[in-house]
Ligand binder design. Structure first.
Ligand SMILES: Nc1ncnc2c1ncn2[C@@H]1O[C@H](COP(=O)(O)OP(=O)(O)OP(=O)(O)O)[C@@H](O)[C@H]1O
Ligand SMILES: O=P(O)(O)OC[C@H]1O[C@H](OP(=O)(O)OP(=O)(O)O)[C@H](O)[C@@H]1O
Ligand SMILES: O=C(O)c1cccnc1
Length: 516
């Protein structure tokens, strides 16, 4: 064990550059300026049509308890990288900012704020890394889970990922996110205890190997449990595993609840059909067939297309590691900052890649729903002082990348997605029970047209900027261009003078010089 100090807070769970910037703001006297930061991601994960927002509960818990412990302070001093007055300030610091977020489980989209932090530059900047860490992972897993739920319909879906997760935190919080995204239960018992997620499971091959016989193993299990799902593929599914399961189920009769069997290898379409026939013929039509083995939404879809007789799906690795896209690229950008005169000024980050240009200004996301069919028409990202709820001539929405793609919506409801969850450092969000979060995710997803929900090549959900937000962005791009021109022209003049001054002594030597 090389750890020198107790790990008793999450305050140092951040990138060193955040603290380095804090020291600059602190010592230069700008740390108390008012600022607004927003988190968003540029691309939906898995080429999905939506993402499921998750991670809020952990963020609130993190912010509520955020402080630099005595051992954090000792460590920072020991690094020699920070000044004492700055470290002393950290020792008494508490987060006093305001945070706005969607409800957990809300469908969210690319290029719209999914979290907004307002407060001092100090408070808003300091929490960047952990907020991204939490939301990026949990939203990714909730979205992956939702894709899996999409293909299994109302069949059972069990989370088996802990052994393959990127360590303990990922297993635990990934399980919670998976539950929000649509899983029914988890094999992780700690997640059951901490979050109230139903726990579920069967048994491993080792049980059968230890008894050296399917029959003996199932019998032993039946003697010690009421609910029984037997894993039938240790030696030979159709010739040994299933016959043994049936034999034990018959012997024990009502003494056990024979829930079914699990298959974990082989051609699961072929095997499940054979297993189904055997169970039905033996008088167990209600016994379910569980399947696991590197499943994901694609293999599940394929198995269903093949007519596999699988009722319950156990999914581990490919869910908990978000196998085909291991990270959501959410970013956190400052959009507005107080200037020397005490006024808020919007700010932009320019890039040669158009999609990386940030959208300046404090914004609200309005979900626009048709009053006729209750379906979402798109999201309208507007500046904070706009209120698109009652535009008498309808709401004009246009695609910011292709403004000729536009529509005017009448008879709509506009719902603000970002809600206060922390106000001046106090958590004001009433965290619902996890089952309510899960139900909310399901309900909100059903308000999206099926075209946005399908897994393969979904339609692109409109995320439009208000005209004012768009114009604001254009103005700032122009302002930055002017600024860059002034800086580069000034530099050209300065550089020319520098070159002239420094090149005098470096004149090429002449033939005359050589002759001397
Ligand atoms: N009928 C099927 N159609 C498509 N994919 C299937 C079908 N049956 C199984 N699969 C998938 O094919 C893959 C088979 O992987 P693999 O070859 O590692 O398994 P196995 O050899 O049967 O078992 P083990 O895990 O013991 O090695 C798994 O991802 C499984 O989910
Ligand atoms: O396949 P996943 O989706 O990750 O689901 C979890 C896997 O964990 C168990 O296997 P185990 O760890 O015993 O190893 P195995 O892969 O050899 O079956 C279980 O039998 C599943 O196969
Ligand atoms: O309960 C199960 O069947 C289970 C749990 C974890 C991993 N694989 C299977």
């Amino acid at each position: 064990m090389t750890q020198q100090l107790p790990d008793d807070s999450l305050a140092l769970h951040t990138d060193a550059y955040e603290l380095s910037m804090m020291q600059t703001y602190f010592k230069e006297g700008v740390y108390q300026r008012h600022a607004v930061f927003e988190m968003y991601f540029r691309k939906l994960p898995f080429k999905n049509g939506y993402a499921v927002f998750a991670g809020l509960e952990r963020i609130l818990h993190y912010l509520e308890n955020l402080h630099f412990s005595a051992s954090d302070i000792d460590y920072l001093r020991s690094t020699g990288k920070f000044d004492n007055d700055f470290i002393d300030y950290l020792a008494n610091w508490r987060f006093k900012g305001t945070v706005r977020a969607p409800r957990e489980g809300e469908p969210v989209f690319n290029n719209e704020p999914i979290l907004q932090v307002e407060g001092t530059v100090f408070d808003a900047q300091l929490v960047e890394t952990p907020l991204l860490n939490i939301i990026n992972y949990q939203t990714l897993i909730a979205t992956k889970a939702s894709r899996m739920r999409m293909v299994v319909g109302d069949q059972g879906l069990l989370e088996f990922g802990t052994r393959r997760a990127q360590e303990l935190d990922a297993a635990l919080w990934g399980t919670r996110a998976a539950y929000i995204g649509g899983f029914d239960a988890t094999s992780n018992v700690r997640a059951g205890k901490l979050f109230g997620i139903p726990i579920s499971g069967t048994h491993a091959h080792s049980l059968v190997q230890i008894y050296r016989s399917d029959y003996e193993a199932f019998k032993a299990y039946a003697q010690t449990h009421h609910d029984c799902v037997f894993l039938v593929d240790t030696y030979d599914t159709l010739r040994s595993g299933v016959p043994s399961a049936i034999e034990v189920a018959r012997e024990f009769g009502d003494q056990i609840n024979f829930q079914g069997v699990r298959i974990d290898s082989g051609d699961m379409a072929y095997l499940s059909k054979g297993v189904r026939k055997m169970l039905d013929a033996a008088g167990f039509p209600d016994a379910k067939i569980y399947a696991s083995n590197d499943l994901d939404e694609e293999t599940i879809t394929s198995l269903k297309q093949q007519g596999a007789k699988i009722d319950v799906w156990g999914v581990g690795t490919k869910l908990i590691t978000a196998y085909d896209q291991p990270a959501l690229g959410g970013v956190y950008k400052v959009v507005s900052i107080e200037n020397d005169q005490g006024e808020m000024t919007d700010t932009i980050k320019i890039s040669s890649s158009a999609e990386k240009i940030s959208t300046p200004g404090k914004k609200q996301v309005w979900r626009i729903t048709s009053n006729e069919d209750g379906k979402s028409q798109g999201d309208y990202v507007a500046l904070w002082d706009e209120d698109p709820r009652n535009y008498p001539d309808g709401l004009y929405m246009f695609n910011p990348d292709y403004p000729y793609l536009n529509k005017t919506i009448h008879n709509y409801t506009a719902r603000p997605i970002l809600q206060d969850v922390v106000v001046d450092g106090e958590v004001v969000y009433h965290s619902p029970a996890l089952s309510e979060v899960k139900a909310y995710a399901k309900e909100r997803l059903s308000a999206l047209w099926a075209e946005y929900r399908r897994n393969l090549n979904p339609q692109v959900y409109p995320v439009d900027l208000s005209n004012k937000a768009w114009q604001n962005k254009m103005n700032l791009i122009d302002e930055v261009r002017d600024y860059v021109k002034v800086v580069s022209d000034a530099y050209a003049v300065e550089d020319a003078a520098y070159q002239a001054e420094h090149s005098q002594g470096d004149e090429p030597t002449t033939g005359e010089d050589n002759a001397q």
